[in-house]
Design a protein around this ligand. Structure first.
Ligand code: SAM
Length: 392
């Protein structure tokens, strides 16, 4: 099963390409390829990320044709009810996005961090965590494997704020991946000099995942000693101006956070022009100063997704790993049925996964990626969702 359906190019106008998917027309920006009508390409996040030979594309489309319409029917049926808040949100998701659900692979390449965020298990002060760093070649190899063998079309590379990876190393990583296995590449590396992000954009990186964590400046300053919310927001605004797709959001339930803050936090996510909303429940880590704090209920975390969907019908909304961790059996399905339409799967080499311990017992770290993918595809099919991202 492919996580993306190739589209047939119908029209090329300036930097935009119109693609056909079984009669549905979508637009995607093309900045990286020479492309003509009649050719086939993959789009992710509204960007053309790969061209694909016609023979290969037609074989994939043949295998999808029947399933595509069958899944749509299931999704429409499941989205009919709109009695509860979650159902209402799911109906809106269905109306605006159809049954497409984008799947990102995430590679966590280093757990070194110069910061001391009170909530985070890989904070600099935590002596109890075993540290690891993947070398540049190892990161490229893992990413190429994720695209070529695991068939991800969208990848996120994440790390603590680790200055070992200077601009040259980051550029080499982006260049290595994009030259061998083009994909929608997103970086989640914390705060860096805007010039570094400019250089990475030139190498084909198109996504920036950077949560603002809380819209309350006082909570922010308490949680991230030595940092300010303004500094984080300024960077997000600058990244958007550079052309990056912004993935951002907040931690649900940090100490001091109140349920009344949900709307304020969702509004800020939307104001930042987020392409993808990422809201994770805060899960206390035993080796941090917040070890003894409580956490929000699963219902509250789902309510955030539903509220965000109702207020922002067009956004992509992620089921975060933290939400899945709260209910490993049903969390993913509950998130998808409360308005979410994006998933992130952990494609970090197994030997490092437990070490990236931002909070304990993270979902997905106890299974091989191949079986996790199988499980997720089966779940998506049972819900009538197609693991695709068709573009704009
Ligand atoms: N260094 C990058 C940054 O600052 O954005 C990316 C890595 S950071 C570990 C990724 C995200 O993990 C943070 O944005 C934060 O929201 C989340 N996180 C950290 N500790 C967490 C916890 N205890 N519970 C839930 N999420 C947590």
């Amino acid at each position: 099963m492919c996580y993306s359906i190739p589209g047939k190019v119908l029209e090329v106008a300036d930097n935009f390409v119109t693609l056909d998917y079984f009669g549905e027309k979508r637009k995607a920006r093309n900045e990286l390829f020479t492309i003509s009508c009649g050719e086939y390409a993959y789009a992710q996040g509204g960007f053309i990320i790969q061209k694909i030979p016609a023979v290969q594309a037609e074989a994939i489309l043949d295998s999808w044709q029947e399933l595509f319409f069958k899944l749509k029917e299931i999704d429409e049926r499941l989205a009919r009810d709109s009695k509860t808040l979650y159902q209402k949100a799911n109906q809106i998701r269905q109306k605006y996005h159809g049954n497409s659900c984008c799947i990102h692979g995430i590679i966590e390449f280093s757990n070194y961090c110069r910061n001391d965020c009170l909530y985070c298990g890989i904070q600099h002060n935590n002596q109890a965590v075993g540290r690891y760093r993947m070398e540049v070649a190892e990161i490229i190899e893992a990413a190429v494997f994720a695209v070529e063998k695991l068939r991800f079309k969208a990848l996120v590379l994440q790390s603590g704020e680790d200055e070992y990876y200077d601009e040259n190393k980051l550029v080499a990583i982006a260049e290595g991946i994009m030259s061998q296995s083009p994909c929608l590449l997103t970086l989640s590396i914390g705060e860096r000099n805007p010039d570094t992000f400019e250089a990475l954009y030139r190498k084909g990186v198109r996504g920036a995942l950077l949560r603002f964590e809380t819209s309350d400046p006082q909570i922010y300053a308490r949680m991230k000693p030595g940092h300010s919310l303004t500094q984080r927001l300024d960077l997000l605004v600058a990244l958007r101006k550079m052309g990056y797709l912004i993935m951002t959001g907040f931690l649900i339930g940090l100490p001091g956070w109140r349920k009344e803050d949900i709307i304020k936090d969702i509004t800020l996510t939307a104001e930042l022009g987020a392409e993808m909303f990422s809201f994770g429940p805060f899960i206390p880590h035993p080796d941090t100063p917040l070890a003894g704090e409580g956490q929000v209920s699963l219902e509250t975390a789902l309510e955030v997704i539903a509220e965000a969907r109702i207020r922002n019908p067009e956004a992509k909304i992620l089921v975060t790993t933290a939400l899945e961790t709260m209910d490993k059996k049903n969390g993913l399905q509950l998130g998808l049925m409360a308005g979410a339409n994006s998933i992130m799967l952990n494609a970090t080499p197994r030997r490092y996964q437990q070490l990236y311990s931002i909070y304990p017992f993270r979902a997905g770290t106890d299974t091989e990626i191949e079986s996790r993918i199988e499980f997720v595809i089966r779940l998506l099919q049972s819900l009538g969702r197609a693991p695709t991202d068709l573009g704009l």
